[in-house]
Every structure is written in C-alpha cells, then in structure tokens.
Design a protein around this ligand. Structure first.
Ligand code: ADP
Length: 400
C-alpha cells in the first residue's frame, strides 16, 4: 500500500488540506474549510481530475472541521482513500518555531510547548496552528504528526543579519530579532533554481522573491539563507497587499499620537489597512491595482512603482551581501502571474547583470527562465509548492 501524507494548514477560521501520494508525489485531493466556528461553514473539496464538491455545514471548532475533512477523504463518491489507514502521517504547517527549530520535527509535548511559547510573537498564526495539531491528534492518534515551520529555513542567518540594533537585553530576554517567514517556499524554489542552473546547490547564489499577499525576499548562499526581508514579524520588508513593510519606526509613534491609537489599533492599521491597499486606495489585489493603473489612476500607478522599487532595493542589497548572484526567482501569486510587475522590477538593472527578455516574460504559472541569453543573472519564474515540501519532510521523518 502507498504512503499518503495529509498536509494541514490551520488558520483562525480555516483549514487548508492536501493529500499527497509520496510514491508519485501526486496530489490526490486538496481543499479548504472556511468559516470554521462562524455560521456559514463551507468545505470545498477538489479530488484530482474530478469536479469539486462543496459541503455547507456549520461547525463549532477545528476538531469538527477536521472530522468533516476526514469524512470527505473516505467518501465513496468523492473521497480519495478507502479508509483512513491509507493516511500514514500528517504534516502541519506551523508559522513560528522561534530559535528552537532549524528543521521539521516529530510533534511531541515538548514541541507543542515551544509552539505555545511562540504565541506571543505570532498571535495570529501559532494558536490556530496548535489548534489544528491537537484536533488532528485527537482524530488520528495512531500515526505520526510532524511540524514544518515557516521560520526554519531562515535559521542559518548569521547574527550580523538577524540582530537589530536595540539594547542587547531585548534579544536575551524577549528574543527580539529577525526570524523571517515563507521559509518552505524559499526553500522549494531554491532547490528548483539550483536544478535549473544545473549546479550543485553549494555553488549557487540565489535571490528568491516570494511575492504573494504577504511578500518576502531571501538571499540564499550555497543553499543557506543569509538574509531575508521579513523580520521579528511578517510586517517588515517589502510592500504587501495590506502591510506597510519597511518604514521609519518613528512614524508609528507619530501616527499613534495624531490618531489617538493604542498598540492594538496601530498594529491593525499597519498590518491590515496599509501596503498596496492603503497607498492605492483601490484594493489589496494587484490585479485590481494593475487595471486601475492601466485606466490612468495615478495612485495605482504610484503604488506599482513603490512596490517595484522596494523589491529592486532588496535585490541590490542582497547582491552586495552575496557578492554575486546566479539567479533571481519569482514565485507566489504575483511572482508567478504578474507579468508587468516582473518587468518593472527587472527594468534598468543591466549594470547588475540582470536583463529580462520581455517576450519570454509573457508567461503565467510556468517554470521558465525569462532572462535574455546574454544576461549574467538568470531570471526564473518558479511556481512554489509549499505543500510538497511539507509532505516530503513529513514522509522523511515519519518513515524513519
Ligand atoms: P497568499 O500569500 O495568500 O498565499 P498568493 O501567493 O496566492 O497569496 O498571492 C495572491 C495575490 O497574488 C493576489 O492577492 C494578487 O494580488 C496577486 N496576483 C495573482 N494573480 C495576479 C496577476 N495575474 N496579476 C497581478 N497580481 C496577481
């Protein structure tokens, strides 16, 4: 019998899942339970090669949500396994592993304690992640559960890049430092880029751009992250859909004073109302912003320029840190699909050896090299696959 892994990613009111057959690496089914614990819960299930199924059924919590997922997976009509015995392990996406985990791990009580200790620094993500783990453990207690952390791949960063210039006790007492996120995605595209370069990963210098709703850049030297744009939280770095990215920290106090805001309000303001949404006044979705810019909306046009220039600055900074660069990789929603944004980012960088072939760049969601033949730096578009990384790590640890 094959080895199927269930990949689970729990948000505060959602459960994303995927079943991966580890022999073929094929996804057998994927789906989403939305509005868990809120009236109007909906499960959307997509078995590979079949029509999707939608089930509406109010569910009080993540355990009830997971139960519905498992019932769906074994359903004779639209399920993908005969019985749950065909699922051999569960891989859980966990956002924050602090400094404790540089790799994925088998979940034990000690591991759960670390995930709980990180509630403070990842209040939106780690509590639902742990809820998902406990729900799955209660329903599938006889198989191994593995945690795969968003922060793990970045743990190779040297202190000179992860330390902030704050009084040292902030690090010692409160673990205030740069962590970095989207690690599984940066890892996946780094591996693919090395394969496309046809070089051993140890000999590669790669800059990976994960440009989705959240966005981050990583500088990867010989397969190891040396710097990344997200920081203590996913608020730092690039301009994002609704997050401001890098700003002068003094702006925070100024806004708080002017708008009479407390810490929770300013946090919400910078995370949910800023970024491309706040700057453009149009939307947090770059498709809408692109349409508005094409129609002549000046703020939308400005937003795209600010966005692209922030990415350019990081590319320049990371080329300096890496002392070179073999390839730049575009991935995630915008990176894989936003043709004009990729073009804008790569424009006027010939000095750095970056030359895009704008005809080749006219692709969406495919793994391709869009650099000119004489470009010193390759420019890859690589669709990310975080679920596959989670499934492979889970398989590796569970089959030991
Ligand atoms: P998440 O970070 O939630 O996983 P994704 O990586 O799926 O998000 O990215 C979603 C975002 O990608 C959308 O909000 C949108 O801004 C952007 N996007 C997707 N397709 C396009 C496109 N064709 N042009 C511009 N932006 C796009």
């Amino acid at each position: 019998m094959g080895f199927n892994v269930l990949v689970v990613n729990c948000g505060s009111s959602s459960i994303k899942y995927q079943v991966v057959d580890m022999e073929t690496k094929d996804t057998l089914a994927s789906g989403l339970v939305d509005r868990v614990g809120i009236p109007g819960t909906v499960l959307t299930h997509k078995p590979e090669g079949k029509e999707k199924t939608v089930i509406e059924k109010d569910l009080p919590d993540h355990t009830a949500g997971m139960q519905l997922v498992l019932d769906t997976l074994v359903n004779p009509d639209y399920g993908v396994v005969k019985d749950l015995g065909e699922i051999k392990a569960v891989g859980h996406r966990v956002v924050h592993g602090g400094e404790a985990f540089a790799e994925s791990v088998l979940i034990t009580d000690d591991v759960k304690k670390v995930i709980r200790d990180c509630f403070d620094v990842a209040p939106l993500h780690n509590p639902p992640n742990l809820m998902g783990i406990e729900a799955c453990e209660s329903l599938m207690s006889n198989i191994p559960h593995i945690a795969v952390f968003d922060t793990a791949f970045h743990q190779t960063m040297p202190p000179e890049n992860f330390m902030y210039a704050l009084p040292y006790e902030m690090y010692e007492q409160y673990k205030v430092r740069r962590y970095g996120f989207h690690g599984t995605s940066h890892y996946y595209v780094t591996q693919r880029a090395a394969a496309l370069l046809g070089k051993p990963i140890e000999q590669t210098k790669i800059i990976t751009l994960h440009l989705g709703n959240g966005a981050s850049v990583a500088a990867v030297d010989g397969g190891k992250v040396i710097d990344t744009s997200m920081g203590f939280t996913p608020l730092q770095g690039l301009v994002m859909g609704t997050r401001c990215g890098d700003i002068d920290p003094a702006v925070v106090f100024y806004i708080m004073e002017k708008l009479n805001m407390g810490p929770a309000e300013i946090n919400n303001y910078l995370n949910k109302k800023s970024g491309a949404l706040g700057l453009s006044g149009v939307s947090n979705d770059f498709r809408d912003i692109g349409d508005a810019a094409d129609a002549g909306n000046a703020r939308a046009q400005l937003t795209l320029k600010v966005y692209a220039n922030r990415v350019k600055s990081y590319i320049g900074a990371y080329m300096a840190q890496l002392n070179g660069c073999d390839a730049i990789v575009f991935t995630a929603g915008l990176g894989e699909n936003a043709i004009p944004i990729r073009e804008q980012i790569c424009a006027n960088m010939e000095f750095l050896g970056i030359k895009m072939d704008t005809e080749k760049n006219k692709v969406r969601g495919e793994e391709v090299d869009v650099a000119t033949d004489d470009s010193k730096v390759r420019i890859f578009v690589i669709p990310t696959n975080e679920e596959l990384v989670i499934a492979m790590d889970t398989y590796k640890i569970a089959s030991k």
